[in-house]
Design a protein around this ligand. Structure first.
Ligand code: CS2
Ligand code: MN
Length: 355
């Protein structure tokens, strides 16, 4: 595996490549072109410039998170082919630039959903948190306003103000889309992009829906073992793979994370590894990465990745805000550096004890 951190680009991130380079064991970053909007074809020169900037800092661009998918593709509207063509152009250019892992998600309207961006924990750190009660009490259009005040001025992925301004129309677009339709639209999309993935050896890595259940009545399908295995079978090509995100699948306590990892052997192309602390099945917060701070056994998660021979990029996921850092919620430097170091420690111990 290759330890990486997500980096939002010099224009958007509070964390520098120089700082990332100094986190021991981190050799790459996962990034994207943040100026782009879903549906457009990325320019080759922008891709190469991003790659060069990262390589000049002594790091590798280990993959893209994300090339986002236009809502027309998810909804399956008649104009979807135009957006899929653009997606294919982007993949082609990424492949030509030597980039072989692309993370994406198929969540309608919202990316991940949290109800608090700065819940204070007993140690004074702040973390992202979720309660179903808070979601049930809110209209989707108020959700954005209710959390954006705590975002430290950052634009959160999936919650771009331009999209949120059209939130009612977006919900309208999805009104006839149920789980089956979403599966069919995902299949259509994957079948169209697989030839270019085969040609350039690009591993597509779908990120799970977070939380792993329907919110605001929208369909959500990438939520559990049965559904993800269905998706793997539906387009049975090794380039059709998964971002295994423990914090997202883990939102549903019925998901057995190590078992899911083992069932996805050969199809996990990217891993997000973080812990959650549950206060009740519908109230969780994003604790530190350590097993002892949360609900999951992180050793068992890393062991399962080891057992299946996982060799893709991995990253700590959201971190707590600690040591007075001011950064995008979940994406400060300090706690993610601690997370990376901890995961590297687990990995070293697992490797040595299996020799
Ligand atoms: C990420 C997701 O910040 C996060 O929680 O894991 O936003 C992820 O980047 C997207 O869902 C992937 O498209
Ligand atoms: Mn994730």
């Amino acid at each position: 595996m290759q330890m990486t951190l997500r980096w939002f680009g010099s224009k958007y991130d509070t964390v520098t490549l120089k700082q990332i380079r100094q986190v021991p064991g981190v050799t790459g970053v996962i990034s994207t072109l943040y100026g782009t909007t879903p549906g457009e074809a990325w320019e080759m020169e922008d891709i190469l410039a991003l790659k060069k900037e990262i390589e000049d800092a002594g790091l590798e661009l280990a993959g893209i998170e994300s090339v986002n998918i236009h809502d027309s593709i998810k909804v399956g509207t008649p104009d979807r082919d135009k957006y899929i063509d653009n997606y294919i152009t982007t993949l082609e250019r990424l492949g030509r630039a030597g980039i072989h892992m692309v993370c994406y998600n198929f969540m309608p309207v919202f990316d991940w959903t949290r109800t608090e961006l700065a819940r204070v924990r007993p140690d004074g750190s702040t973390v992202l948190a979720y309660t179903q009660e808070a979601v049930d009490a809110l209209k989707p259009e108020d959700m954005f306003a209710s959390i954006s005040g705590d975002s430290n001025g950052a634009i959160l992925p999936g919650w771009e103000p331009e999209r949120m301004a059209h939130i009612k129309e977006l919900f309208e677009m999805y009104k006839d889309v149920d789980d089956e339709k979403l599966f069919a639209n995902l299949k259509y999309f994957l079948e169209r992009i697989m030839p270019v993935c085969d040609k350039y050896d690009i591993n597509m890595a779908i990120h799970p829906d977070d939380p792993a259940w329907s919110v605001f009545g929208l369909p959500r399908i990438i939520i559990n073992k049965a559904n993800i295995l269905r998706m793997m079978k539906m387009v049975d090509n090794p380039h059709n793979g998964v971002t295994f995100c423990s914090g997202s699948y883990g939102t549903n306590l019925e998901n057995d994370l190590p078992d899911m990892i083992r069932s996805l052997k050969g199809r996990i192309h990217f891993a997000h590894v973080r812990n959650l602390k549950f206060n009740s099945p519908t109230d969780f917060e994003e604790s530190a990465h350590l097993s002892s701070d949360g609900t999951f056994d992180m050793y068992e998660i890393m062991l399962a990745l080891y057992d299946i021979g996982f060799d893709g990029p991995i990253r700590p996921d959201h971190g707590r805000m600690i040591w007075d850092e001011v950064a995008m919620p979940g994406y400060g430097l300090y706690d993610r550096a601690l997370g990376a170091t901890y995961l590297n420690g687990l990995w070293e111990a697992i490797c040595k004890s299996h020799k």
